[in-house]
Structures are given as structure tokens and as C-alpha cells.
Design a protein around this ligand. Structure first.
Ligand code: IUR
Length: 449
């Protein structure tokens, strides 16, 4: 079938066969299709959608457009990864990858950069001087062999069709399509030849998906495609309204992750890490149930084994030994290695009361404007810009106590930005009506059949 006929078929709402999807992806990869035709096909898919089998076929065809990793046979059953749809203060990967390596898994974690208000794991790691996220497939295998985990950027040879399609989705308003998002995310995970994959699909005001229902729809589509490609795939639906942990901003989040690996992680962060890690350990069969998986993750953090994996990963990815060791030492002076912003200022509580809300989206948007994130791919970020929450949800506070420490450089926050930040805090001043807020982020899970 010709490309115009394929576009017409999808435009008219029919399901494309495996052969037809193969023809389309092959043409994208070989650049024998015009961009306007690809754009038209993307719009047809956006409008008419795809049934589960078509989505799976699209995902497989995209995966096969480039190199598919192959691992030593002794690693069979051990290769795992996770994907998050993006959050504020989401440093889960920095704790989870070394923890899973300490449990005996192989974790070729391919991560992304921050865009708009959400942070990116690669930007966080690049705030560590010397950390090199660019590693070849050979180097990835070498690091996995000696350490067990690495966190790297997308390599040129994996899923070339996604790079082309993503660029065109961006300029044709077709990013937010269930089958196209599924194909993009799962094809890249499939090319890692994983045994098991866990997805952290976030919902809430600071997430891509604002409500649980839409998050569940995408989670189910991702889980179906992942399992269809032969990876044991599960998903966790987690709340994203406030901040995960206490720090937002690249250097500050690395510092908080190191504290977590030293056993001092905030409860909400550790709950996510142990749930996602526990699920993966269970799906690989390394533990017989989720509770056992969670416990293994808790144990490797408590024993310091996960911290050592993080140290070894840093050293294998270019960080000087003295710097890596200094960051991992007890009572580390983090800012002797990580860059501290030139200025700090504290915001104080306007009244006494209970902390009932901290708006993570407002915080992230202001920090983004102050340079912690980027608006266009390729822009530099200021790793030192960020904020530390000095209070927790549910905490009783007096009037005039510091609740947020802002780290900034140039530009300095404007009066309007300072007032937006102040309004991110909601206090309940009628103490007799106060009810204790629980803060568990995990709402639901989708497990493989
Ligand atoms: N991340 C991806 O890798 N692909 C997508 O389409 C989206 C996020 I949205």
C-alpha cells in the first residue's frame, strides 16, 4: 500500500495491519517519506487512536528501527529499569538504580532531561562535577558488569524512529496521543532488552496527567505494550501535587538522594523507592512477593550497600575518586563538591497553624524561571538553583518561622515571584477543625497478568 493510502486508511478510522505499520516506520527510519506525510499520519493516529494490538505493533516496529541491546546470558532474568512520567523533586531514580544493583539486578537506566516544570534525572546527575551521561553501548555493558547500574542518556543507535517522530509530534500538536506516547516510551525500554519494567505514572496538579482516570488510561496502555513486547511490566499510580521529599533543584536533589542512600531519606521518597523497587524484584522472581521485595530494598539502603553502588557508578561515569568518596562520606560537606547558589533567602510563615498544602507546581514554575530548568531542548540549566522545604505537610508551625529556603543566582526572584512562592503554602489556622493528613503517594498499582 502507498503512503497516501496508509494515511487514508487511518484517517478513515480503520486499524492498520502489522505489515502496514511496518511499512510506515521503515519509511520514517529510511527517510523515504515526506515530513508532511508523517505529520498527516501522526494526526490521523491522534484523531482515530489505535487498538491495543496496533499500539503493540507500532511499539515493536519502532523498537526494531534501531539497535536492540543484547546482554550476557548470565544476566538473564536480572535486567530491569523504571520510567516515570515526570514530577517535582522526583529523585527516585538516583536512589532506586543503585539499590536495585545492590540487590543483584542489572540496571541500564536510560533517562531524560528536564523540560518545562519537571526535572530530569540527567540534569541532576550533571550537577556532580565530572559525571558523564554519554556512554556507548560497550561502556554501558562494562559498567553493568562491574557495578550493576548506570544512568545514561539516550544513545544514537537506539530507536532512531522515535527521534524523528518525536520532533514531528512536537510541531504538529500530536504529542498527547495514547498510542504515540506508548510507542515512544516502551520502544526505548524494549530496546534495552529488559526482564522487567516498572512505570511510575503520576497524576495531580504538578503531573502531566491531572486526574487518576487519565493516568490510569496511559498506565494501562504502557503496561499492555510492555508485556506484549515480552517485558514483565507493572505500573504504580502515584500522586504528584506537592514535592517529593524536601528539595527541588538539581544540586539540592543530588544532596537529598545521597542522604536517602545514607538512611536519612524522607518517608514519601522512600515509600516510592521501596514500592517501585519491591515490584521489580517481585516481577523478576528475585523475591516471592512485594513485601519481600520492599524489605530487600530497605535492607540494602540500611546496610550502606546501595550507597556504595552509587559511589562506584559515579566513579565509573567519570567523577574523580576523591569527589565521589567525599560525597558518600558520613557528614559530607556536600557543597565542597556540588555548586551552591550565591544567594539564599528564607520565606517565613505568615501566621500560626497547620501546614495543609504546599503547591509543587507553583514552586517548580518559579524555580524554572530562576534557571533550574529549560524551556527549549539544548538550553543550559543552573544546577545550583532550587529550594528546600523546611516544613512538612501536617506539621504545626508558629508565625514567622522559616518554611522555605530559596537558592538563587541571576536572575533574582521578582516581588511577584516571591509572592507566588509565599502563596504556595496553605495554613489551616482553625486548629480545632484540623485533621491529620496522610502523605502516602502511591494510590494504585497495575500488575502484569
Ligand atoms: N517521554 C517519551 O520518551 N516519549 C513521549 O512521548 C513522552 C515522554 I509525552
Amino acid at each position: 500500500m502507498s503512503i497516501p493510502d496508509l494515511i487514508k486508511k487511518k484517517r478513515d478510522g480503520a486499524a492498520l495491519s502489522a505489515e502496514e505499520i511496518g511499512t510506515f516506520i521503515e519509511a520514517v527510519k529510511n527517510k523515504t517519506i515526506q515530513d508532511c506525510q508523517t505529520g498527516a499520519m501522526l494526526m490521523a493516529i491522534w484523531q482515530k487512536g489505535m487498538v491495543a494490538m496496533e499500539t503493540e505493533t507500532l511499539t515493536r516496529a519502532m523498537m526494531l528501527s534501531g539497535e536492540v541491546m543484547s546482554w550476557p546470558k548470565e544476566w538473564a532474568g536480572l535486567v530491569v529499569d523504571k520510567h516515570s512520567t515526570g514530577g517535582v523533586g522526583d529523585k527516585v531514580s538516583l536512589v532506586l538504580a543503585p539499590a536495585l544493583a545492590a540487590c543483584g539486578c542489572k540496571v541500564p537506566m536510560i533517562s531524560g532531561r528536564g523540560l518545562a516544570h519537571t526535572g530530569g534525572t540527567l540534569d541532576k546527575l550533571e550537577s556532580i562535577p565530572g559525571f558523564n551521561i554519554y556512554q556507548s553501548l560497550e561502556q554501558i555493558e562494562k559498567i553493568l558488569d562491574s557495578v550493576g547500574c548506570c544512568i545514561v542518556g539516550q544513545t544514537e543507535t537506539l530507536v532512531p524512529a522515535d527521534r524523528i517522530l518525536y520532533t514531528l509530534r512536537d510541531v504538529t500538536s500530536t504529542v498527547d496521543s495514547l498510542p504515540l506516547i506508548t510507542g515512544s516510551i516502551i520502544s526505548k525500554k524494549g530496546a534495552e532488552s529488559l526482564t522487567a519494567l516498572v512505570l511510575d505514572v503520576k497524576f495531580g496538579r504538578a503531573a502531566l496527567y491531572k486526574d487518576l482516570e487519565s493516568a490510569k488510561r496511559i498506565a494501562q496502555s504502557l503496561v499492555n505494550a510492555g508485556n506484549g513486547l515480552g517485558m514483565r511490566t507493572g505500573a504504580v499510580l502515584s500522586r504528584m501535587d506537592t514535592v517529593i521529599g524536601r528539595c527541588v533543584g538539581n544540586s539540592l536533589e543530588v544532596m537529598e538522594s545521597l542522604e536517602a542512600l545514607k538512611g536519612n531519606g524522607p518517608d514519601d521518597l522512600m515509600d516510592l523507592v521501596t514500592t517501585l523497587g519491591g515490584l521489580l524484584l517481585w516481577m523478576t522472581g528475585l523475591t516471592s512477593d512485594l513485601a519481600g521485595g520492599r524489605k530487600r530494598v530497605v535492607d540494602v539502603v540500611s546496610s550502606g550497600a546501595a550507597l556504595l553502588k552509587f559511589r562506584d557508578m559515579m566513579e565509573n561515569q567519570g567523577v574523580a575518586t576523591d569527589k565521589a568518596r567525599s560525597l558518600c562520606s558520613a557528614n559530607s560537606d556536600y557543597f565542597s563538591v556540588l555548586r551552591k547558589a550565591e544567594h539564599q533567602t528564607e520565606l517565613t510563615t505568615p501566621a500560626a497553624g497547620w501546614v495543609v498544602d504546599l503547591d509543587g507546581l507553583v514552586l517548580a514554575e518559579v524555580l524554572h524561571k530562576l534557571g533550574s530548568g529549560r524551556s527549549r531542548a539544548g538550553e543550559p540549566v543552573n544546577h545550583s538553583v532550587g529550594a528546600e522545604l523546611l516544613v512538612s505537610l501536617g506539621q504545626r508551625v508558629d508565625k514567622g518561622v522559616p518554611w522555605l529556603r530559596l537558592h538563587y543566582e541571576d536572575p533574582a526572584p521578582t516581588p511577584d515571584q516571591m509572592s507566588r512562592l509565599q502563596n504556595a503554602l496553605t495554613l489551616e489556622t482553625h486548629t480545632d477543625t484540623h485533621t491529620q493528613h496522610t502523605h502516602s503517594l502511591v494510590q494504585e498499582m497495575l500488575l502484569p497478568d
